[in-house]
Design a protein around this ligand. Sequence first.
Ligand SMILES: [Zn+2]
Length: 313
Amino acid sequence: MRNIYLLTALVIISIQTAIAGYLDAFHAEKISNHVYVIHGPLELPNETNEGFMNNPAFIVTDNGVVVIDPGSSVHTGNMLLREIRKVTDMPVIAVFDTHIHGDHWLGNDAIQRSYPDADIYAHHKTISMVDNGEGQNWLDLMHNMTKGATDGTKIVNAQDALKGGEDLSIGGHQFQIIHHGQAHTVTDIMILYKEDSVLFTGDNVTNKRIIRMVDASFKGSIETIEKAKSLQAAIVVPGHGKSGGAELLDNYHTYLSVLYSNVSKYFEEDMSDFEMKPLIHQQLKNYHDWSGYEDELGKHISGAYLEIEAAAF
Ligand SMILES: [Zn+2]
C-alpha cells in the first residue's frame, strides 16, 4: 500500500515537472547595479522553446522598472514579469522594443495586461510597420514556427515613437537612444543606460549566434557597430547570446567586415557568390562554431553581393 502512495506521489511530481514547461528554467542574471538580463537560447523558434530566443532585460530605476525587448510571446513576457517580481514590487513604467522582429517585441502583450500605463517606446518605423501588416506577419510566423506554442499572444504596438538622438529620463535614470539608419533593419534603436554604462544593442550585435540579415544593410551594420564602440559602454547586452564587455562589439564587427570586404574584393575580381563562399569560409574560422553560421553564411554572402552590386551602379 505504501508503495502505491509513493508511486502516486512520484507520478504527480513528474507530471508537474512536465507541465512546468520550458520557460520555467530561465532566470534573470544581475549584470550590473540595476540591470538584469534573461539570456535566451540560441536556437531558432520551435515548438519546444515556444519561440523564446532573445534577451529580455529589465532595469530597476528609482520609481519603477524599465523593460528592454520583452520577448516572442505573451508567455515569454509573463516569464519576464515573474523574474521582475522576484527583484522588486515596483511597476513596469516603460518598455523599449529594439526593432521590428517579433521575437523581441511580441511580449509587449504581457506587459500591457499587467501594467496598462507603461509607456512602450520604439523607432517610428517599427510602429508604422507593425500597424501596416508586419505585426500580423510576425504573429503568424511565430505561430507556424512553434506549432501554436505562442498562441494567446495579441499584437500590442508601441505608442511612443523615437527617431534616435533622444536623451530620456525615466524613473530618475538616463537613457540615450541611438539610431544610425539601416543596420540590422531600418527600425533599430540601441539604448545606452547611462547609470551603469550598459549598452543594449538589439540585433545590431550578437554573440555566438549568426542571425538572419534579410532586412539588413551590411555596410550600415558595420557603421552602426562603430558608432556603438564610440559610446565606450562598460557592458554590452547583445540581441542574442551572453552579455559581455566591449569585445562583443569587436567580435561581431570583425565577422561583418571580413565578410563584406572579401565579398567586395572578389566581386571586383568577377567571382560569383558561390565561388567566393569557400574562400570566405576559410577566413571566418573564429565563427564556425557560432549557432546559425552554416545556415546563414551563403545567404549573407549573397546579401552583401547584392548590396555591393547595387552600390556599383
Ligand atoms: Zn532581429
